[in-house]
Design a protein around this ligand. Structure first.
Ligand code: NAP
Length: 287
């Protein structure tokens, strides 16, 4: 067993006890490895330090990846630049995923710099606030199309733009939610967009598999983020999960980050077209 300078057995995430049995896992979210050493990840969707994309960026960085972040519009540029500096991310680029010209410019900048991508994270969604509060039946055509464009179609656009930069294969990851397949009060038009997003994951996985590019989604349990606050009565959803999920607690964003590391690393090399639930097990419950 490795020993620390003090002569005690060094802390390891998978140590063995004195009888050679695996000891209780001492893993914590500060655990570091070289799983993503030499890999470069483009991460879209960091708005602030509560964003799931931020938890993923931190986890990727801890495991050795070089990080490139994007921001949508000048409003967020400073915040994202500050977070990038904190993380040691060397590039921050603008990208509104509804604008093909911004996606093209992003790819052109990366190409110019000779950047090869190994991982892409799409952590983006948007719907009108009123569509997340009134009955789904009342969804307008414009509100429906907006949610689909930003939250589902954008994965197709991002994958098409990024794939040529993933010359050695890699991982594309998006974020989804249980509201894609079950009715969650007030999730409404976003649930329908997530259903489309999950179908897009499967079709993209099929198209990009021959290039050794894997496409997966993490279905995260509810987490209090800026986007989630737009959903009416979101705190009731959080309460329901903490009371009824098998693990009796809500999802820690760091758990999403760690699962994302698995999918981006060679440990996940056989996984594509998959929806991985990181939700304290809530999705298995009937009642
Ligand atoms: P968040 O911090 O608000 O992240 C959403 C991101 O999407 C923001 O950075 C937002 O930027 C960006 N975005 C919206 N429209 C965009 C556009 N046109 N172009 C580029 N970026 C755009 O909230 P989050 O909860 O971490 O959400 C990330 C993903 O996780 C979403 O797909 C969400 O549905 C999914 N998810 C969340 C939960 C949850 O409970 N929080 C659970 C499961 C899945 P702006 O701030 O500038 O709009």
């Amino acid at each position: 067993m490795p020993r620390s300078a003090a002569g005690k057995p060094a802390e390891s995430p998978c140590a063995f006890d004195s009888r050679g049995r695996p000891a209780r896992l001492r893993y914590n979210s500060q655990f570091m490895s070289e799983l993503l050493e030499g890999k470069t990840a483009l991460i879209l969707g960091v708005a602030n330090r509560w964003s799931l994309a931020w938890a993923i960026a931190q986890a990727y960085r801890r495991h050795g990846a070089r990080i490139i972040l994007t921001y949508q519009g000048e409003r967020l540029r400073l915040t994202v630049e500050e977070l990038a500096a904190e993380l040691g991310a060397d590039t921050v680029l603008a990208c509104d995923v509804t604008r093909d010209e911004e996606l093209d410019a992003l790819v052109a900048r990366l190409k110019e710099a000779g950047t090869r991508l190994d991982a892409v994270v799409h952590s983006i969604a948007f719907a009108n606030r009123e569509d997340l509060a009134r009955p789904f039946l009342e969804t307008s055509r414009a509100g429906y199309l907006l949610a689909q464009d930003v939250s589902a179609y954008s994965l197709v656009a991002v994958a098409r733009a990024a794939a040529p930069l993933m010359s050695e294969g890699g991982s594309i990851l998006t974020l989804t939610y249980l509201g894609s397949s079950r009715v969650v009060p007030n999730y409404n038009v976003m649930g329908v967009a997530k259903a489309a997003l999950e179908a897009a994951v499967r079709y993209l996985a099929s198209d990009l598999g021959p290039s050794n590019i894997r496409v997966n989604a993490i279905s995260a349990g509810p987490v209090k983020t800026a986007s989630a606050r737009g959903i009416k009565d979101f705190s009731k959803v959080l309460d329901g999960v903490s009371q009824h999920a098998p693990l009796r607690r809500n999802t820690d964003p760091a758990e999403v980050g760690d699962a994302a590391v698995f999918l981006a690393s060679s440990l996940g090399r056989g996984v594509t077209g998959n929806i991985l639930f990181v939700d304290s097990g809530f999705q298995i419950m009937g009642l």
